[in-house]
Design a protein around this ligand. Structure first.
Ligand code: S5P
Length: 256
């Protein structure tokens, strides 16, 4: 199915919006922007904005975070049209994650369209996040697999995560995983650990190509970080390159 066909099937508003953006901008690229200053963060977002469907953030690594940053980020979101995914990887009991999601310095629920969580604590984590996120029209991704070497999120853990998602279809929009996990098209699959030039970093990250991820493994969205903004890179040229390779792999998959 095409992204636009998929978009019409989602009941969750965020999942629908994501695939509408993908189709409109012809990009299945999400940028993982792990930089530590506001200036770099905003400059790169503005440069790469036209080529991405989603901006994945780790808001707590910014050394100079303030509320103004969120306003600036929202302006760039309106300018370029992308969803914001705060990669918070919640991992606690429902009551705790509810506060982590909505309170504290970052007030993630106020600006992040998408968040993610580990399934490790059981269904309560989804219920807690849902209490906050569902009324705001947000969506949750569950970490069913991880890209890092030696990840324990495999086999029965992955299967149980898929089952958990199916019990919370109103709020869980999909998975962080290396491949499409279900034959049906009810969930979004986003895959990190994507790179064209290197196969690993020095800390356990493992990279696969966009073609492998989208064409061979049936994922929907490639998440690329240092492959785009890594040292000495021309971020615009790299973003275009990943967008093109990711989109070509999709067109090949649907037989275009
Ligand atoms: O399994 C995972 C899940 C995630 S969300 N492996 C990952 O690498 N990530 C995130 O994707 C990670 O936190 C980082 O922000 C991004 C990968 O960045 P890169 O620079 O290695 O492309």
């Amino acid at each position: 199915m095409t992204y636009s066909e998929r978009a019409t099937k989602f009941t969750n508003k965020v999942a629908r919006e994501l695939f509408e953006i993908v189709e409109r901008k012809k990009t299945n690229l999400a940028l993982a922007l792990d930089v530590t200053t506001k200036q770099e963060f905003l400059n790169i977002t503005d440069s790469v904005g036209p080529y991405i469907c989603c901006l994945k953030t780790h808001i707590d690594i910014l050394v100079d975070f303030d509320d103004e940053l969120i306003e600036q980020l929202k302006r760039l979101q309106a300018k370029h049209s992308f969803l914001i995914f705060e990669d918070r990887k919640f991992a606690d009991i429902g009551n705790t994650v509810k506060h982590q999601y909505s309170q504290g310095i970052y007030k993630i629920s106020e600006w992040a369209d998408i968040i993610d969580a580990h399934s490790l604590p059981g269904d309560g984590i989804v219920s807690g996040l849902k209490e906050v996120g569902l009324p705001l029209g947000r969506g949750l991704l569950l970490l069913a697999e991880m890209s890092s070497k030696g990840s324990l999120a495999t086999g029965s853990y992955t299967d149980a995560t898929v089952e958990m998602a199916q019990r919370h279809k109103d709020f869980v929009i999909g998975f962080i995983a290396g491949r499409k996990l279900l034959m049906n098209d009810d969930f979004v699959t986003m895959t990190p650990g994507v790179g064209l030039d290197v196969t690993k970093d020095g800390l356990g990250q493992q990279y696969r190509t966009p073609r492998d991820v989208i064409l061979e493994s049936g994922s929907d969205i490639i998440i690329v970080g240092r492959g785009i903004y890594g040292s000495g890179k021309d971020v615009i040229a790299e973003a275009r390159r990943y967008r093109d390779v990711g989109w070509n792999a999709y067109e090949e998959r649907i037989g275009k």
